[in-house]
Design a protein around this ligand. Structure first.
Ligand code: EPU
Length: 428
């Protein structure tokens, strides 16, 4: 038996939904918290399986935690550096943040190569380039990274990233907060999650300036202490609900959003003709009176259109008129959702890493599989639009990143539930 997500499609969505704290912030804030010498309290933490995996990793290293409601307390005062070559560490991408954090905390660490969604190649060369520039030695042995600093710790450096990388920017921030002197990161990523991590680090006593721009300056400090920090709202979860509302909404309000973080997706929806009302911390979407128009989308580093929303956006383009196109410049091979959508009656194809979508085709429920987190979100959107029943496998991938998705969608009027089903022969 295996868990499947069942959606009986076609229901209009109405009502309000509140967005949770950002997954991609939280998964960096948790490893960052170990740098304090007293407890850190994170508020607004989403209840997703990636968070539970990180908590288990912390507990293995003798970090005390309590997670109640959306408040996560992390007490790293008795923490020990345990080698983590395998196990949980390989189950999620963000475990790579322990590399930077352990280098700063203990001057050494053994961390297995990270897992996470398969989106094509996901190298970490820029992370390692940063660690080495700060004076660490890094060796890859049998799929685990062995990291070590010299006796007197990390030394500040000027680091130019060859690729704009969220993970490398945050990881090098974590490795540099206590390095002696001023570290300068050039060509840094500018995602809101980087500002969130810098805010936590500064509240802990670090001196990080310029997060949110492409040059970040870090003056190394000797001590870091506990603090309270509230996680920013999840712009990708918000974008996903915007898409669902645009696809099937009669009148849906998405609360607890930072509108500036959603500019890329909102701009494309406006171009399509989605009726939007934009408030200070909410977006309301009502039913379009005219058919939506197809658009071209190119994913780019922030503030461009987020790669994480490309897959959930695809079914919306299928219900629009005319042809649409998606070019994912961050992960050109993030295309696993296309064959699944075609099983549901879509007409989409990939030519030289460009996704071409013929609009105006009705989707029909089918048995499909979520190969990764955002492909899963895409199939949920498709299931809501489709006529009949959609049965989605690979549910774990969806629960890695969407807090309480079944209850949130049920309260909007969707017919969605989890069920144990027989694994079918040839189940894809
Ligand atoms: N890259 C390199 N070398 C590196 C690092 C990255 O070549 O050392 C390349 C990647 O292959 C990619 C580009 O740089 O082409 C950007 O990758 P980035 O490092 O920014 O991605 P990431 O930090 O591994 C985070 C999110 C992803 C999101 C990307 C892009 C987390 C835990 N993950 O990944 O989120 O797609 O940034 O915005 O923060 C998701 O939430 O579904 C997800 C996959």
């Amino acid at each position: 038996m295996t868990q499947k997500l069942i959606i009986n499609g076609g229901n209009d969505l109405s009502g309000e939904v509140t967005i949770s704290g950002a997954k991609n912030s939280t998964v960096a804030l948790i490893p960052a918290s170990i740098l304090a010498d007293s407890p850190v309290t994170l508020e607004g933490v989403p209840d997703i399986s990636d968070v539970h995996s990180l908590i288990e990793i912390l507990n293995d290293m003798n970090v005390k935690t309590s997670f109640e409601g959306t408040t996560l307390m992390i007490d790293p005062t008795e923490m020990v550096s345990v080698p983590m070559p395998s196990g949980k560490i390989k189950s999620l991408r963000a475990s790579y943040y322990f590399m930077g954090a352990l280098l700063t905390k203990f001057g050494q660490g053994v961390v297995g190569l990270p897992g996470g969604c398969f989106l094509g190649p996901r190298p970490i060369d820029q992370h390692l380039k940063g660690f080495r520039a700060l004076g660490a030695t890094v060796d890859n042995e049998m799929g685990a990274m062995y990291l070590k600093t010299e006796e007197d710790g990390m030394k500040a450096a000027r680091i130019y990233f060859d690729v704009v990388s969220v993970g490398a920017t945050i990881n090098v921030m974590l490795a540099a907060v206590k390095a002696k002197g001023r570290t300068i990161i050039e060509n840094a990523a500018r995602e809101p999650e980087i500002i969130d991590v810098a805010t936590l680090l500064n509240n802990m006593g670090a001196k990080v300036r310029g997060a949110g721009t492409d040059v970040i300056r870090i003056d190394g400090v000797e001590e870091m202490h506990g603090c309270h920090h509230t996680v920013i709202p999840d712009r990708i979860e918000a974008g996903t609900y915007l898409i669902m509302a645009a696809a099937k909404g009669k009148d849906v309000t998405i609360n607890n959003v930072i509108v500036e973080h959603l500019e890329g997706v909102i701009a494309k929806m406006e171009e399509m003709g989605v009726p939007l009302e934009i408030g200070e911390d909410y977006v309301r979407i009502t039913k379009p009176t005219r058919p939506l128009k197809g658009v071209s989308i190119k994913t780019l580093p922030y503030p461009g259109f987020a790669t994480d929303l490309q897959q959930p956006f695809t079914p919306l383009l299928m219900s629009a008129q005319g042809e649409s196109m998606i070019v994912d410049t961050i992960y050109p091979k993030r295309i696993n959702h296309i064959p699944e959508l075609n099983r549901m009656g879509a007409k989409a194809r990939v030519e030289s890493d460009v996704i071409l979508i013929e609009g105006g085709h009705h989707l029909e429920g089918a048995e499909v599989k979520a190969s990764d987190l955002r492909a899963g979100a895409c199939l949920v959107v498709a299931g809501l639009i489709a006529e009949g029943q959609t049965i989605i496998g690979g549910v774990d991938n969806i629960l890695r990143g969407y807090d309480n998705i079944i209850d949130k969608l049920t309260s909007l009027g969707a017919d969605i539930y989890m069920e144990d089903r027989e694994e079918e022969q040839g189940d894809n």
